[in-house]
Ligand binder design. Structure first.
Ligand code: ASP
Length: 332
């Protein structure tokens, strides 16, 4: 029997059209996207649903929480796997959030496109074909949420967008993709770290968390704005291995008294230091004053994890523990 895959379309470039010279926007539904893949129905029974018709910067946490409910419903009704088509701008954030809250074993695969259907070499049909192949393959079960792009299979836990236009727009840090698609065959050669099953990720709302990138000679006033605007959490993208300017120290310590503050690196690679530097604004200095270590997570992922944890009522020491487990690849 052919496997059944449900495709939820949420808009983005993959679903965009428009008049020449006037710009494109999402208008095409899931059926149109599926019909652009020759021969797909010979391999897989595909069901389609137009879930949202949005450019991805318009997608909200509520949209994604509702999507996960719809995915769970379809899987309970017997669908073998799910594909989500979505704009690429925030694709990594939706994938990471779904990965944190989706608890079932059936594959959930996100994809999109860099070239819209009106352009030569549009990549949407190939990406959707590959995503359907991955979602219908038993090897994809229990691997967490996956992102398929340009014939590569990425784990939502590691992937990020790394190019504004190239069709090879996604990469996985720190380890690279976990597999690829060769013709119609799915190759998965490694497993991402274990699935997150924390009690803090069900029935929660997302807290309002600010993400601040620091820069040379930063005077820290944006941290004061975060406090006075009553954000519930703060992620600081620090320089190097987790360092901020001397002027940022006071506002950051003030912030830790009213909200969890997580430190990540703005470098985009590697893990924060923990025990190397001691000067005002260094990693040791900040951790000793209540700042939490975001480890190897980038700012976007740390913000989503922190939002989810605060939104589900976790306190500072529980948040610290979850980040430590995440960094260590030992989730529970
Ligand atoms: N450039 C975007 C995309 O690739 C637009 C969006 O994210 O919706 O789909």
């Amino acid at each position: 029997m052919k496997p059944t895959v449900k495709v939820f379309s949420l808009g983005g470039t993959i679903a965009s059209s428009g008049d020449k010279g006037k710009g494109v926007s999402p208008t095409l539904g899931a059926d149109t996207l599926i019909n652009a893949i020759p021969g797909i129905s010979e391999k897989v029974k595909v069901k389609a649903e137009n879930f949202r018709q949005l450019p991805s910067p318009h997608i909200t946490f509520d949209d994604i929480q509702e999507l996960v409910k719809a995915i769970n419903k379809d899987i309970d009704l017997g669908v073998d796997g799910v594909v989500v088509t979505h704009g690429t701008d925030t694709l990594e954030e939706s994938a990471f959030l779904i990965d944190l809250i989706y608890k079932k074993n059936a594959p959930v695969v996100l994809t999109g496109a860099m070239r819209n259907p009106t352009l030569p070499g549009a990549d949407g049909p190939a990406n959707l074909h590959d995503a359907v192949m991955v979602a219908s393959d038993r090897k994809s079960k229990g691997k967490g949420v996956l992102l398929v792009f340009n014939s590569e299979i990425h784990a939502a836990r590691y992937v990020n967008k790394c190019h504004t236009q190239n069709v090879n727009a996604f990469r996985s840090k720190p380890l690279g993709p976990i597999g690829w698609i060769s013709e119609n065959s799915v190759r998965i050669l490694s497993s991402p770290m274990p699935t997150f099953s924390s009690k803090f990720t069900s029935n929660c709302s997302m807290a309002r968390v600010a993400l601040l990138k620091t820069a040379m000679a930063d005077d820290g006033s944006l941290v004061n704005c975060v406090i006075s605007d009553k954000y519930e959490g703060l992620v600081v993208e620090a320089t190097g291995g987790g360092h901020v300017t001397p002027k940022m120290v006071k506002p950051i310590i003030k912030a830790t008294k009213v909200m969890p503050v997580v430190l990540v690196s703005r470098t985009g690679n590697g893990e924060n230091l923990r025990e190397t530097y001691m000067f005002p604004g260094s990693e040791i200095y900040l951790y000793e004053r209540g700042v939490l270590n975001g480890g190897w997570l980038d700012g976007l992922k740390a913000r989503i994890l922190l939002s989810l944890l605060i939104g589900s009522g976790a306190n500072n020491s529980e948040i610290k523990k979850v980040f430590e487990s995440y960094i260590d690849g030992k989730l529970s």
